[in-house]
Design a protein. Structure first.
Length: 283
C-alpha cells in the first residue's frame, strides 16, 4: 500500500493534526512537535499526549516529526552545538511521549571547518543526545531520521556517502534511519527524471546506506535545475523534476508501507497539499 501524506499544522494542539490530515486525504502525517524556529517550546502536557494518542488510535497511520531548523550538530560553535543537542533531546522525548516513530533531522553544516570535521561533530553529538535520552526513556522507539540535503552552503548530507559515514561512526547506528527528499537529491545532482536515473539513484543509496534503512520519503518537486544545490520546493509536476519520478516512486513495490510526505508550497489558498495528493494519486 502506498502511504501518501503531508506535513500538517498542529495549531490548537498536536492532536489537531489528524483532523487536518483527514480533511485533505492523508494516509500518513508529518508534524512539528514544537516551534521549528525557536530553541524552546511550550511543554507538552499530559492532556496533550492523551489527546494525541487517542486521535492516533482512531486514525492509525504513520506519523513522523520534523526537527527544528535551528539545530546544527555540525557547527564549530560550542554554544550552538550545546543548544542543538538540548533541542534535539527535547524533541526526541516529545516524540517518545506521543508515540511518533521518527524525527527527521537535517544533519548539519560544517560552516567552513571541512566535511570530515563536520561529520565527526555530528556523530559525536548524536551519540551524546541518544545516550542522554535513553537514560530517561529506556524504551525509546523514536528513531532519528537523517535527511539528505541539497548541499546548499556547507550543509552536509548532499551525498549519500556522507550520511553513511555519520551512521558508521555512531555507537548505536540502529537508532538512526534515513529520510530521502526528492527535491534535495535532485538539487544535489541525482537525476531522478528517467528510469535509468531513478534506478542509479536508488542503487547509490542502497550501496552507501541500504534501502532497508529508508524510513520516510519526502515528495517534493524542485524550483531549480539538476545540481543547483538550492533547496526550494515546488508543487508536484510544476518543477524541474516533472511527474515521471513521482509516478515511478509511488508505484515502486519496494516502498509499500513507507510514508511519503509532501512539503510542497501551500499556495495562497492553503490548498497545495490537497491538490498535490490528488495529482500523485492520478499518476
Amino acid at each position: 500500500m502506498t502511504l501518501l501524506g503531508a506535513h500538517v499544522s498542529t495549531a490548537g494542539g498536536v492532536a489537531t493534526a489528524f483532523a487536518r490530515g483527514a480533511e485533505i486525504g492523508c494516509d500518513a502525517l508529518q508534524i512539528f512537535v514544537k516551534s521549528p524556529n525557536q530553541w524552546r517550546g511550550k511543554a507538552l502536557s499530559d492532556d496533550d499526549v492523551t489527546a494525541f494518542r487517542a486521535a492516533h488510535a482512531k486514525q492509525p497511520q504513520p506519523v513522523v516529526a520534523h526537527a527544528a531548523y535551528l539545530i546544527n550538530l555540525g557547527s564549530p560553535n560550542e554554544d550552538v552545538v550545546a543548544k542543538s543537542r538540548a533541542g534535539l533531546e527535547d524533541e526526541l522525548l516529545r516524540c517518545h511521549r506521543l508515540g511518533v516513530s521518527g524525527l527527521v533531522l537535517h544533519p548539519g553544516a560544517h560552516l567552513g571547518t571541512g566535511v570530515e570535521e563536520g561529520i565527526d561533530r555530528i556523530a559525536r553529538a548524536l551519540d551524546e543526545v541518544l545516550a542522554t535520552v535513553l537514560a530517561s526513556a529506556q524504551e525509546l522507539t523514536t528513531r532519528v531520521l537523517l535527511e539528505n540535503t541539497a548541499g546548499q552552503g556547507s550543509t552536509l548530507g548532499a551525498r549519500f556517502e556522507e550520511i553513511a559515514t555519520i551512521r558508521s561512526l555512531l555507537d548505536a547506528p540502529e537508532r538512526v534511519g534515513v529520510c530521502l527528499d526528492s527535491c534535495h537529491a535532485f538539487a544535489a545532482g541525482y537525476d531522478l527524471r528517467t528510469e535509468d536515473g531513478y534506478e542509479e539513484m536508488l542503487t547509490a543509496f542502497d550501496d552507501a546506506i541500504g534501502l532497508d534503512r529508508l524510513a520516510c520519503i519526502h515528495l517534493n518537486d524542485s524550483k531549480h535545475p539538476l545540481g543547483s544545490r538550492k533547496d526550494r520546493h515546488e508543487n508536484i509536476g510544476q518543477g524541474a523534476i516533472g511527474t515521471e519520478f513521482f509516478a515511478r516512486v509511488t508505484h515502486d513495490a519496494r516502498f509499500e508501507g513507507t510514508p511519503m510526505i509532501l512539503e510542497t508550497p501551500l499556495g495562497d489558498d492553503d490548498g497545495g497539499h490537497e491538490r498535490d495528493l490528488k495529482v500523485l494519486r492520478s499518476l
